[in-house]
Design a protein around this ligand. Structure first.
Ligand code: ZN
Length: 299
């Protein structure tokens, strides 16, 4: 099934729920960055989280950035997700691999570290991004994002994220976010019911691997609470906004002397995009043209 996101409400609008399947885009990130198993899980979970968070932002062009910095060998990662369903991201040390943890799962918190920070930037497109930082609570990502939503956005939230990856690649990836909206947030019993229901899910990927669809998963979780699944299905994909023209724009900023050096010493320039690992080659002619452009610009 293609990557997708669906939204729902329940309890008369007191609950907002979002589900996402991110298997293909996680596989694309794995291949592009040559991610280890544990790095695939870390980035896949965080890309799902970014898309789930971005899904509540209505304005066109809105984006969420999730930056994790930990004390583990993987270092950290960065995810950039848009309300348009696009996402991109990278891991600082993609080759780090660890044995499974004591529950037999990929050891994401061992790789990222259990001490560190999660930085969240929400850019709603008005030019004043809202940013916030929380300490990592587990390094497993779902708990960390939930902790951020509760403490920084004051929205009681339960989130489950999963990535199942094998020698054949990413088999299943996705997640689920359930939030109690402000008008119902004082309803302690409701908040606890949701938390325990989400916690009782045996993870997200087993549901996908059992062939369950997103509407079926949401119905299992909230079907008795006046669940209303919105008809719109949003397609999700890995997408990076980089281009050769942007690379040329960045090279131009280096100035004439530096560009001349590159022509004489390296016969060109090579730039790799952090987000998607695309390699761009600028040859002598490209660089000479940039110098001409610079000379033609008014001082
Ligand atoms: Zn790129």
């Amino acid at each position: 099934m293609s990557d997708r996101l669906i939204r729902a409400t329940a309890a008369g609008g007191g609950i907002r729920a979002v589900g996402a399947i991110t298997t293909r885009l996680t596989e694309e990130a794995r291949k592009r960055h040559q991610l280890s198993y544990v790095a695939t899980a870390a980035l896949g979970r965080t890309m799902s989280a970014g898309l789930l968070l971005a899904s509540s932002m209505k304005r066109e062009g809105s984006r969420v950035n999730l930056r994790i910095k930990g004390n583990g060998p993987m270092g950290g990662l960065l995810v950039d997700a848009g309300s348009d369903g696009t996402v991109r991201g990278y891991v600082d040390n993609p080759e780090v691999e660890l044995p499974p943890n004591d529950r037999g799962k990929l050891d994401v918190s061992g790789a990222l570290g259990n001490e560190g920070y999660l930085y969240v930037v929400r850019d709603v497109g008005y030019g004043y991004p809202y940013s916030s930082t929380v300490e990592l609570v587990s390094g497993e990502i779902a708990e960390d994002v939930a902790h951020y939503l509760v403490t920084s956005e004051q929205t009681p939230s339960a989130i489950v994220l999963g990535v199942f990856v094998s020698a054949e690649g990413t088999i299943a990836s996705g997640g689920l976010l359930v939030q109690v909206m402000p008008k119902a947030a004082r309803d302690e019993a409701l908040v606890q019911t949701l938390e325990s229901r989400v916690a009782s899910l045996s993870g997200f990927t087993p549901l996908l691997q059992a062939g369950k669809t997103l509407p079926e998963i949401l119905t299992e979780l909230l079907g008795d609470m006046d669940l209303e699944i919105l008809p719109e299905v949003q397609m999700l994909r890995f997408n990076c906004g980089c281009s050769f023209n942007r690379v040329l724009g960045a090279l131009k900023l280096l100035g004439e002397a530096e560009l001349q050096d590159m022509i004489e010493q390296d016969n060109g320039a090579e730039a790799t995009c952090d987000f998607c690992n695309e390699v761009y080659q600028a040859n002598r002619e490209h660089l000479s043209q940039l110098i001409e452009d610079l000379r033609a610009e008014p001082m």
